[in-house]
Design a protein around this ligand. Sequence first.
Ligand code: HAM
Length: 419
Amino acid sequence: MNFRAPRGTHDILPKESGQWQFVEQKFSELCRRFSYQEIRTPVFEQTELFARGVGDGTDIVQKEMYNFEDKAGRAMTLRPEGTAGVVRSYIEHGLASEPSPIKLFYNITAFRYEKMQKGRYREFRQLGCECFGSKSASADAELITLLWLFFSELRMKDIHLEVNSIGCPLCRPAYKEALTEYLRPHLSKLCEDCRRRFATNPLRVLDCKEESCRKIAQDAPKSLEHLCPECLAHWEGLLSLLDTFAIPYNINPKIVRGLDYYSKTVFEFISENVGTQGTICGGGRYDGLVEELGGPATPGVGFALGVERLLLELEAQGFSFPEPVDPTIFIASFPEQRLLANQLAFSLRKEGLHAEVDICERSFKAQMKHANRIKAKYLLVLGDEEAKQMCGRIKRMADGAEKELSFSELASFLVNFEE
Ligand code: HAM
């Protein structure tokens, strides 16, 4: 029987993992600059958390979750996103009683049973941030500047920020009403999904990709025209901060997001290149979520970016990732000196050096071939004489230059050649 990775999942092979590490490190380094600290939460949570958090009526909860019953009969779900779990943890561990803001970042695997496409998978990775305890537009703007810096430092082109405000529980009902009235005469022309959304969450009709729905959404009333004074002040505050930071944006009334917890700000970073899956990052404010999940009323704002989509985009733009670092030294030996070669490699590694040695019992000739293949910068050959004297000639592979060194001097000499 031939086993294959499950549909919608993919292995990250050694030749790709360096790219992953590069963007993950870049992201955590940037989070550090903004005082975001890492949080790690479980891969699975109670199903109810996502039903309540993400929203019963959403596509994610209705169609896409990996649900299972554990051996004790509890309903569990592989997390389809990171926010609900982080909020659960924030409440459970009393982080609300610590001084605000609480700024958290994460690097997670998420699971959604979606139709496979380029950039859309059933297991995918997200880098995300959540900020709790500030209702100010400064918190929204700070997260956007973090993302902006991240994309700029990766020299990404053709990516734009789309922003909108979908109001709050005070002003959204009237907007929903206006939208429903607008959509009602067009109901028969909406796609099947949108006919369902019409009853559960009519805002989602606005971001449907179906041509017939897009046409109808074109002239729909806009949430921005229905904001209450508080939401309007927050919205204007955000735009003026983005202007101050010279971060370009498009106001896009069709950005409504596919999760129920949002209020006020919603935003996406969209690229034109990643097939049809151009949304690299999405986020927004969720001032009611902590309370909804059983915690004290606490404002929150965050985002998550899809790492697969980000890497597809970087690849399309010809980004040159740092190459893997080659070993500094390969220690070749004849059979009698194999143990010494291994000991010497171990002692260099203890000094923090990248040293390689044969562990496959290769012939001497095969070891030399291997040293070339792995592009070791230096070569040391151990024979009887070297073992007796505890010193040897190391050869610089690039130009063949040789240097006689005692084994005790080796580490301090090589340290200068580590990258
Ligand atoms: P989301 O828009 O559902 O938001 O996902 C965020 C990002 O994850 C998307 O923009 C996309 O890049 C990536 N993504 C989503 N689904 C897939 C998939 N099936 N395959 C590959 N990549 C995917 C959230 O998850 C919210 N929790 C974001 C957030 C955090 N809002 C506030 N805080």
